[in-house]
Design a protein around this ligand. Structure first.
Ligand code: GLY
Length: 383
């Protein structure tokens, strides 16, 4: 045991965090250079299953060979299916041929899909696994910071349609999450920073000491693979595991807290066309700052906490203002329309994740449109 009943240390290298879901419980295995021992972990998690690996071209070029070699050593490798990188792969147009490729590889009911990549690959491959032969198992091998701390854990899968993001999908828990922290070194600084916004989110929504630790240690988290980076990933993964175990299907309000900054953030992403203009994590950074400022303006949280959040996000180089989006600022009405589309308006009110302070998020179902309109008008006008 390392620290806590849900965390076991295996050897000196890996940490195993349990996602406690009864007979669907699974481990998150976190450590360095896990690609080369993936076969061993997968053989333990899904005994007897053969593996079809789904990845994207960029990730496959870097990591398919060592993963295949490890799976081969255990006689597990069935084949691979490689899609184009980018959000456009989360579509029916890519899902259909992917499912057919997996059937052609000979994936059977007892086999396992291995999702090797970031959020797009994880969501797409997880969804394919959930519908292939009425459901086969999936092992998530997240290769981005965002996927390691959030999207690979918890079983949300899906694709986008022209009506919106993630509107078609399933809950399909993986059998294993294998997070090799050493692969984060190949991320671009911008991508790493965007993923870091989701790390900060765990501190802001429920763990004030972790936020304070990030304020003090972020340069080491960013600098290189090391103890601090691993601590940040582990703490985030542990927080996500706990939230998923408490509210797997987002029915009790706990999992909804993971949407801190996301109602504002999704609207900003939609405004920027889900493009390189604004990465998901950058939108969430602006969204979290807006959630704190909004909460402070309405006396729910202290101005000092809102200022601390803005200071930390700015210190690491994340955007915090709507005006920071390159290529133009949205009109407040346009943003409001996008937010209303993202979250259903009920009786002229929107549900939001707001805060009583750092580490104290809650769901507020009573945010009125006039209040929000006035706030957004000010924020969109602010330079
Ligand atoms: N990424 C939000 C969730 O898993 O619920």
């Amino acid at each position: 045991m390392r620290d806590g009943a849900d965390t076991l240390a295996y050897g000196e290298c890996e940490t195993v965090i349990k996602v406690a879901l009864g007979d669907r419980s699974y481990p998150i295995v976190l450590g360095e250079r896990l690609l080369s021992s993936a076969g061993q972990w997968i053989a333990q998690a899904v005994p007897g299953a053969r593996c079809a690996v789904v990845s994207d071209r960029n990730v496959a070029a870097l990591y398919m060979a060592p993963l295949k070699a490890s799976l081969d050593r255990h006689g597990l490798f069935l084949g691979e299916a490689v899609v184009s990188p980018g959000e456009a792969s989360k579509s029916f147009a890519v899902l259909a041929p992917l499912c057919e490729s997996l059937l052609e590889l000979g994936v059977e009911r007892g086999d396992c899909i291995v999702a090797l990549g970031g959020g797009v690959v994880g969501d797409l491959a997880g969804f394919a696994a959930s519908i292939l032969r009425r459901g086969v198992r999936v092992a998530q091998m997240p290769t981005t910071l965002l996927a390691q701390v959030d999207s690979a854990i918890g079983g949300k899968t899906g694709i986008d349609t022209r009506q919106g993001k993630n509107l078609i999908g399933t809950f399909h828990q993986p059998s294993l999450v294998l997070a090799d922290v050493s692969v984060l070194s190949t991320l671009s600084p911008r991508e790493f920073r965007a993923g870091y916004a989701e790390v900060v989110k765990y501190g802001l929504l429920g763990d004030a000491p972790f936020f304070a630790w990030l304020e003090a240690n972020w340069p080491k988290v960013f600098a290189a693979a090391g103890a601090e980076r691993r601590h940040a990933v582990e703490t985030s993964a542990r927080a996500k595991a706990k939230i998923v175990a408490a509210d797997e299907r987002e029915e009790k309000g706990t999992r909804a807290l993971l949407n801190l900054g996301h109602t504002f953030g999704h609207a900003l992403e939609a405004f920027a066309g889900y493009s390189d203009r604004l990465l998901h994590g950058e939108a969430i950074a602006i969204g979290m700052r807006l959630a704190f400022t909004f909460s402070a303006e309405f006396g729910l949280c202290s101005a000092a906490d809102a200022a601390r959040v803005e200071k930390h996000l700015s210190a690491v180089g994340l955007p915090t203002k709507i005006a920071a989006i390159p290529g133009g600022t949205p009109a407040p009405e346009a943003l409001l329309a996008l937010m209303a589309q993202d979250k259903k308006v009920k009786g002229g009110k929107l549900a939001f994740v707001l805060v009583h302070g750092i580490g104290q998020a809650f769901v507020e179902r009573d945010v009125t449109l006039p209040r929000l309109t006035e706030f957004l008008a000010r924020e969109c006008a602010a330079g």
